[in-house]
Write a protein that binds this ligand. Structure first.
Ligand code: PMV
Length: 351
């Protein structure tokens, strides 16, 4: 046994975290290297859509390298284990104890598969939190939120923003200290109407998307609008931060909808081109715009890399917007499926 192994503070233990997914208003699209974003992004963390992950660890003197198993909703998931191997390869230099412990990772989500909620964001962030806690228990060294966010990024880019609650940026831009390596919490005092923002997610289709985000990011490499997109995102981010401070819902709506449709326009103009939006997604977009125009209620949409629509509005308009969703939008959803969510306060450790 090496000296390093005997120095670990514990032989075994279990850690458990819940960690939310997040929804980007200014979207990250395209990357270099290992999840270094082409452009900065800004998102908020959700409240009810989260992953709960527990990691049990025990010391095994016979271990010569990483050993782990992954269970999703009580079932062994070998496909995700393969993805996790890539993630672990990226972090074993930071967590050398991984070579001497067996891990059992068990995970479950509060939201259904392919529901338009980024499960990779909440999963990798929850795992990064668990591993950081184990690191602390074994070595006595506590990682900062930024260091944990950096770890989560190595699993999935947008996961780095899920380590924090509230509103968070990720990626360098001119006017603020923000890093490409980890997310940063927006500490500015935000207007109350953005501190209780609601997000009703309309499930237009539950089918697995035909083109993954990984493939989509790659297509930005030689995209004819790449430079224009980087400029647009930088500009939108600066505008959005002001809008969030001032409570300017008109400004918010402009940025959120332009970002959502630009993301999909980039997919449609990639080579090869592809479309993730469905006819019902477009119908919902039109109905939201009509309702807003007619009722002068600040409600808008954002869309992730899929056909499902996130309806965004302040809590003060919950009643009218929920009625509108029930009566006019749910008929365009798969089996009238939707999820009511809102801004949340971030991960929690479960003791
Ligand atoms: O983190 P990834 O590789 O799953 O990419 C996420 C990209 C978008 O969800 C479309 C935008 C974003 O910033 O979350």
């Amino acid at each position: 046994m090496t000296q390093k192994q005997t120095a670990y503070l514990r032989k075994e233990g279990v850690v458990k975290y819940t960690c939310p997914s997040n929804i980007a208003i200014v979207k990250y699209w395209g990357k270099t290297d290992i999840q270094i974003p082409l452009n900065p992004s800004l998102s908020f963390s959700l409240k009810h859509s989260f992953t709960q992950t527990s990691v049990s660890y025990f010391f095994d003197s016979a271990n010569k390298g990483l050993r782990f198993s992954f269970y999703f909703e009580q079932k062994k998931n070998e496909k995700f284990e393969q993805k996790l191997s890539v993630f672990f390869d990226r972090i074993t230099d930071k967590f050398s104890w991984l070579n001497h412990y067996n891990l059992k990772i068990e995970s479950q989500n509060t939201f259904p598969h392919s529901s338009g909620i980024a499960s990779s964001a909440s999963s990798y962030a929850a795992l990064a939190l668990c591993l950081s806690k184990i690191h602390q228990q074994l070595t006595g060294v506590e990682l900062s939120c930024e260091e944990i966010s950096n770890l989560a990024r190595l699993g999935s880019g947008s996961a780095c923003r899920s380590v924090f609650g509230g509103w968070n940026t990720w990626g360098e831009f001119t006017q603020k200290k923000s890093s490409n390596l980890h997310a940063s919490h927006l500490h500015e005092h935000l207007h109350a109407s953005f501190a209780d923002i609601q997000d009703t997610i309309l499930i237009v289709s539950k089918d697995k998307k035909e083109v993954s985000s990984t493939a989509g990011h790659q297509l930005m490499e030689n995209h004819p609008y790449k430079n224009g997109r980087i400029q647009q995102a930088n500009k939108n981010l600066v505008t959005l931060i002001e809008v969030l401070k001032n409570g300017d819902w008109n400004g918010f709506i402009e940025v959120a909808e332009s970002e959502a449709l630009s993301l999909h326009a980039l997919m449609m103009s990639s080579t090869p081109s592809y479309t993730l939006l469905l006819p019902n997604s477009i119908k919902i977009v039109q109905l939201i715009r009509e309702f807003r125009e007619q009722n002068k209620i600040p409600v808008c949409f954002t869309i992730d890399a899929g056909p499902n629509i996130h309806v965004l509005y302040p809590a003060r308009n919950k009643k009218e917007v929920n009625e509108f969703i029930q009566n006019d939008l749910l008929p365009y959803c798969d089996d009238k499926n939707f999820i009511n969510d809102e801004l949340g306060t971030g991960p929690t450790e479960i003791n």
